[in-house]
Ligand binder design. Structure first.
Ligand code: FDP
Length: 343
């Protein structure tokens, strides 16, 4: 039964919030608004399936591997198909690309082609599925560059500073959707009783006082001197810095979400494990750029160690990058260490 003590005047649904945002832009056609609804709907469906993962036979690895060579979990496929199918027929999207597919995902010929481009990581952190840790979906929305016809690869290879909107859904102790369309970062929590995302975290700003640093310390022997020295600085070794506590889930959305709300820095530096990918593990287009957009609009900053991630123009769909993301001064400090020790 609904709680009669709830103050109805304070309840802002995601629909109302996105519509209110649209009013601020008189030139808006409502198309972006509808894409965000479609993604929220996809998030609700994926959340409903992830919470059942331990119960049904959808848990577990399939025989397939994705283009990154990782084992594809069945939930990844379900999330991937859900997002594609909810967006393929609406006439809003020109082309899509998913972390699970090597090539572009074109709109089927029977459906109209739109003016936006959607890139997504359907289920990030999927190696955590079996252990009931938070996982998430990341999305990035651009305007197409090509004039007409099916969307192109060039439409997808835009730098993060061309993003129109970006965000993520996190499937954790509760399901949240966090997004920005360029005016603030807003977080909504799914109320499972009514099946609706409600505004719980308006205008998120990364706290200036850092609480945690977040990195996979198991890789330390592969790091550059700059990444190592930066970590020592965070730990208060050879520095005046009060040591920060460490938190690391190994699920990007979960680690980023905590960094966004608690302050601090998350990083996945370049390492020497695999000489064929010297630039880091995370994907620029599906992971780093959209989360950097969120960090930027929450007063934070993201760098690959040398430059603002939002300024990097990808040269391929699955390009990887190193990343330092979170509270601005900490990320700038990382850049200082990289410049000093790794040049
Ligand atoms: P996963 O392999 O579980 O999908 O990019 C994928 C990702 O997880 C990120 O979510 C996470 O931050 C990172 O990889 C974890 O990598 P490590 O296991 O190497 O720490």
């Amino acid at each position: 039964m609904a709680d009669s003590r709830l103050d109805q005047s304070k309840i802002i649904t995601i629909e109302r919030h996105i519509l209110d945002e649209q009013q601020v832009h008189p030139e808006a056609t409502g198309i972006l608004t509808n894409i965000l609804y479609d993604l929220a709907l996809a998030g609700k469906y994926i959340a409903s399936q992830t919470t059942r993962a331990g119960l049904s036979d959808i848990l577990g690895a399939t025989e397939d591997t994705n283009i990154q060579g990782e084992t594809v979990m069945k939930l990844d496929q379900l999330a991937d198909q859900t997002i594609f199918r909810l967006n393929d027929h609406t006439g809003r999207i020109a082309v899509m690309a998913s972390e699970e597919h090597e090539h572009l995902l074109h709109i089927p010929e029977s459906f109209p082609i739109g003016k936006y481009v959607l890139l997504y990581d359907p289920l990030d952190g999927s190696s955590n599925i079996d252990y009931n840790a938070s996982i998430g979906t990341i999305f990035a929305i651009y305007k197409r560059l090509s004039i007409n016809g099916p969307g192109t690869l060039a439409d997808c290879l835009q730098p993060g500073n061309a993003l129109v909107a970006a965000g993520y859904m996190i499937y954790g102790s509760s399901t949240m959707l966090v997004y920005s369309s360029g005016s603030g970062v807003h977080g909504f929590t799914l109320d499972p009783m009514i099946g609706e995302f409600l505004l719980t975290h308006p205008n998120i700003q990364i706290p200036e006082k850092p609480k945690y640093y977040s990195v996979n310390h198991g890789n330390e022997i592969y790091w550059s001197k700059g990444a190592e020295k930066f970590t020592h600085w965070l730990q208060g070794i050879d520095s005046e810095q009060k040591p920060l506590s460490l938190r690391y889930i190994g699920s990007l959305v979960g680690d980023f979400h905590r960094t966004l709300l608690s302050g601090g820095v998350f990083y996945y530096p370049a390492d020497t494990r695999d000489p064929s990918i010297p630039s880091g593990k995370l994907r620029l287009t599906y992971e780093a750029a959209p989360l950097s957009f969120i960090a930027h609009h929450a007063g934070g900053y993201a760098s690959d160690g040398k430059q603002n991630i939002l300024e990097i123009r990808p040269s391929s769909l699955h390009q990887r990058t190193s990343i330092f993301i979170g509270e601005r001064n900490l990320v700038k400090k990382a850049e200082e260490f990289i410049a000093k020790y790794d040049s």
